[in-house]
Design a protein around this ligand. Structure first.
Ligand code: GDP
Length: 444
């Protein structure tokens, strides 16, 4: 999980501070030293760290804050605010052209996730805004890039314009824009070539394409896993191109977080989206305030709620509730429910978004084994349709058969059936408004 060490160190520094009744200049100094080291170790740009520390010190030191009764909380608040500011304060939306199409040009080094991001972003617009995007395949140097874009487009039902690898990218872009005009596409994405490193020829090509297309948005894709290099790359591109924003990819990986914290400060360009996985839906708007809370280990309830809303299939949930009421909730529903939870992403990541949980010692060694879901599913799949609907049928010899069929030990089969039974009983009572002894306990 990204930011793990940074979060641990920062929240420890904060805890030391809030554990005190008051904060002296020395305490503040010691805390800022700890924060400074933590940020540097997380690969945050040196100048950014220096500015950040100076800003927090400037706001926190002096009598006004330090002599107040809630000095520790005030300092934490200032750290949070400055961290947010460092990442740009507010989320910055995509630019939109007053007339169609809005043209979005993508740039980035090879392997940063440019092609994947084109597909993710076009898909997001299609799903959320009912957009009709066209993707232009202008990366002719990596032949697989065109195939990759075409495959993604086909999967997501988004048209891709390509002239193969033998036409100059500038001509591909001209022809692609013409095609978009004819089909009245409202968004056009231009997937450009990447290189292993920034070079003159690449930059010239990108500048030419920008001149031809007059994009409303030039988004740079950078790989968060590359740490300081990501920030340097962003700086390099922003010196030659009129970037309007950055997409930071692979934030689901084990990145130390430096790029997320430095890019805005170093380049002046906002991070607009973050990639958090390989699936087309793994792209999220970047909210500096939520990211700051997450980095400080204060949780990110807003994202958690949005995630639950987005990934939660309301119709399915309603159906399951109905079945619980009628006492017909069966193993098929059980598997469907597990799948809903799984859709939200790795369990550890979800739990860590709950305030106070990121550094909860109980979570430190918790490794929610995603395989357990698979095992449970395997047991259910080994059941006959009749068994799935009526758990009471599952006698000891059937249990042995299920264990053999799913390759799981018999104790696991027994445990699952017991849990399922308990859950069904408990939920059945609750949804029927019968809370057992509860009313009696409350004197009703
Ligand atoms: P390009 O050369 O910049 O076009 O890079 P690609 O789009 O081909 O991406 C390179 C690799 O990174 C592919 O394997 C992608 O699946 C992967 N990738 C892209 N974005 C993300 C992300 O946000 N998270 C993860 N885990 N992988 C990503």
């Amino acid at each position: 999980m990204a930011f793990e060490n940074l979060t641990e160190r920062l929240s420890k520094a904060m805890k030391n501070l809030t554990g005190r009744g008051r904060v002296s200049e020395e305490d503040l100094h010691a805390t800022m030293r700890e924060i400074r080291l933590a940020l540097l170790e997380a690969d945050v740009n040196y100048g950014t760290v220096k500015r950040f520390v100076a800003n927090v010190r400037g706001k926190a030191s002096g009598a006004d804050i330090l002599e107040g009764l809630d000095a520790p909380q005030q300092v934490v608040k200032i750290v949070n605010e400055e961290l947010t500011k460092m990442m740009g304060d507010e989320a910055v939306p995509l630019n939109k052209s007053p007339q169609i199409p809005t043209i979005i040009m993508m740039a980035g080094l090879q392997g940063a996730g440019k092609t994947t991001t084109v597909a993710k972003l076009a898909y997001k617009l299609k799903q959320e805004n009912k957009a009709r995007p066209l993707l232009i395949a202008a990366d002719i140097y990596r032949p697989a890039a065109i195939d990759q874009l075409e495959i993604l487009g086909k999967d997501l039902d988004i048209p891709v314009f390509s002239l193969g690898t033998d036409t100059d990218p500038r001509d591909i872009v001209r022809a692609g824009l013409e095609e978009a005009k004819q089909h009245r596409n409202d968004y056009v994405f231009i997937d450009t070539a990447g290189r292993l490193q920034i070079d003159e020829v690449l930059m010239q090509e990108l500048k030419d394409i920008a001149e031809i297309a007059h994009p409303d948005e030039i988004l740079l894709t950078v790989d968060a896993m590359t740490g300081q290099n990501a920030t340097e790359t962003a700086k390099g591109f922003s010196e030659s191109l009129d970037l309007t924003g950055v997409v930071l990819t692979k934030l689901d990986g084990d990145t130390r977080g430096g790029a997320a914290l430095s890019i805005r400060d170093v380049t002046g360009k906002p991070i607009k989206f973050v990639g958090q996985g390989e699936k087309p839906t793994d792209l999220d708007v970047f909210y500096p305030d939520r990211m700051a809370s997450r980095i400080l280990g204060m949780g990110d309830m807003l994202t958690l709620i949005e995630k639950a809303q987005k990934d939660f299939d309301e119709a399915a949930a309603e159906k399951q509730l109905e079945k619980l009421r009628e006492n017909t909730f069966d193993f098929n529903d059980f598997v469907a429910q597990l799948k809903q939870v799984q859709n939200m992403g790795p369990m550890e990541d979800i739990l860590k978004m709950i305030p106070g949980m990121a550094n909860n010692p109980a979570l430190a060694n918790l490794n929610v084994d995603e395989k357990q879901f698979i095992h449970l599913e395997a047991i259910v799949q080994s059941m006959t349709p009749a068994e799935r609907e009526d758990p009471d049928l599952i006698n000891p010899s059937r249990r042995r058969r299920l264990a053999a069929g799913s390759g799981r030990p018999i104790v696991e089969v027994n445990r699952m059936i017991k849990q399922f039974d308990q859950m069904r009983k408990m939920m059945g009572q609750a949804t029927n408004g019968n809370f057992g002894g509860m009313e009696k306990m409350m004197g009703a």
